[in-house]
Design a protein around this ligand. Structure first.
Ligand code: CP
Length: 323
């Protein structure tokens, strides 16, 4: 595949065709059409891929590591805590150093929003954004789209309600760029403090709806996508946190009541990027129910990340800095 960018910092780095290819390729990995464990990205080059998680992670880091190993690439775990970043070396110099050691691609998570903006024109090495602050988490949104399609078919004409701390969610920001391209509408729901005051002008407003009413969001949507309140990104205690589950969260009983009242015909599938705060945005009964699909998202994450890595490495030699 030609033209895949050397840096995946945000969804808008990809064309719709490229996203469609990623979905197709991930599905082939999932179905076993391409044998995992034997697949080599190149016969002549044994790629080296590093991860650098400057902020904690369970799902993203380990699914990338598994994806790397299933692709038969070499893996380097770059430990920022014991690196020269702690002596004040810049991220650019660090990545150039890794590149000259032979690293082809680096997957980076950082707490700094837009940290990759400086690399857009001249990336020191191929980069996949594993989540930057509150800005973007493109691989999560792509695996979420894959899971929606696996579960419900074409998303065109469907609606996803993203419920919770939307303004602090990098996943929400990536989904907002991704889903409307495929004809899927988005409802952003949550307390006023968690919703944008207004949509940025580049969004097509006909594809979005904002509400503080969780029940309205449930009634108007096909899929529910719950978000954690990201207390670590708030400047102080959030007043809306007490009683959140009853007012803004989703419990199994709440969904069953809506069905019994005839307000919904079926209980919708519920997604979550994780980690979930049980007792806040959802209850334990919903977490353990057949409607909760977070483990399906996690399972798909390996295949989607294999697909992204493959696409980026098939362009070896293109577009990275000559420094
Ligand atoms: N979804 C996600 O980014 O989870 P982790 O923080 O566990 O990687």
């Amino acid at each position: 595949m030609n033209g895949f960018p050397p840096i995946l910092a945000e969804i808008n780095n990809l064309s719709k065709d490229q996203i469609t290819w990623l979905l197709y390729s991930a599905k082939r990995f999932k179905l076993g059409v391409v044998p995992v464990g034997k697949y080599q990205i190149s016969d002549s080059h044994h790629p080296i891929i590093a991860t650098s998680f400057l902020e904690n992670s369970t799902r993203t880091k380990h699914s990338f590591v598994i994806a790397i190993q299933k692709l038969g690439a070499m893996y380097v775990d770059f430990n920022s805590e014991t690196s020269s970043l702690k002596k004040g070396e810049s991220l650019e110099e660090t990545l150039l150093t890794l590149r000259h050691q032979g690293v082809d691609l680096c997957i980076i998570r950082t707490s700094i929003s837009h940290q990759f903006d400086e690399f857009k024109k001249n990336p020191p090495v191929r980069i996949i954004n594993g989540g930057d602050g509150i800005n973007q988490h493109p691989s999560q949104a792509l695996l979420d789209l894959m899971t929606f399609i696996d579960d419900g078919g074409d998303v065109h004409g469907r609606t996803v309600a993203i419920i919770g701390d939307c303004i602090h969610s990098r996943v929400a920001h990536s989904l907002m760029e991704l889903l409307p391209q495929f004809g899927c509408k988005i409802i952003l729901a949550g307390p006023e403090e968690c919703l944008p005051k207004k949509l940025e002008s580049h969004f097509d407003s006909s594809m979005f709806y904002l509400t503080n009413d969780t029940e309205e969001a449930i009634l108007k949507s096909d899929f529910l996508y719950l978000l954690r309140i990201q207390k670590e990104r708030h400047s102080g205690p959030a007043a809306y946190y007490d009683g959140y589950l009853q007012k803004h969260g989703v419990s199994l009983a709440r969904l069953e009541n809506l069905k019994e009242q005839g307000k919904i015909s079926t209980i919708p599938l519920v997604y979550h990027p994780g980690p979930a705060n049980v007792g806040v945005e959802l209850d334990h009964a919903l977490l353990k129910s057949q409607y909760y699909r977070a483990h399906g998202q996690v399972a798909n994450s390996v295949y989607m990340r294999m697909s992204i890595i493959k696409a980026m490495l098939m362009n070896l030699g293109n577009n990275v800095s000559s420094a």
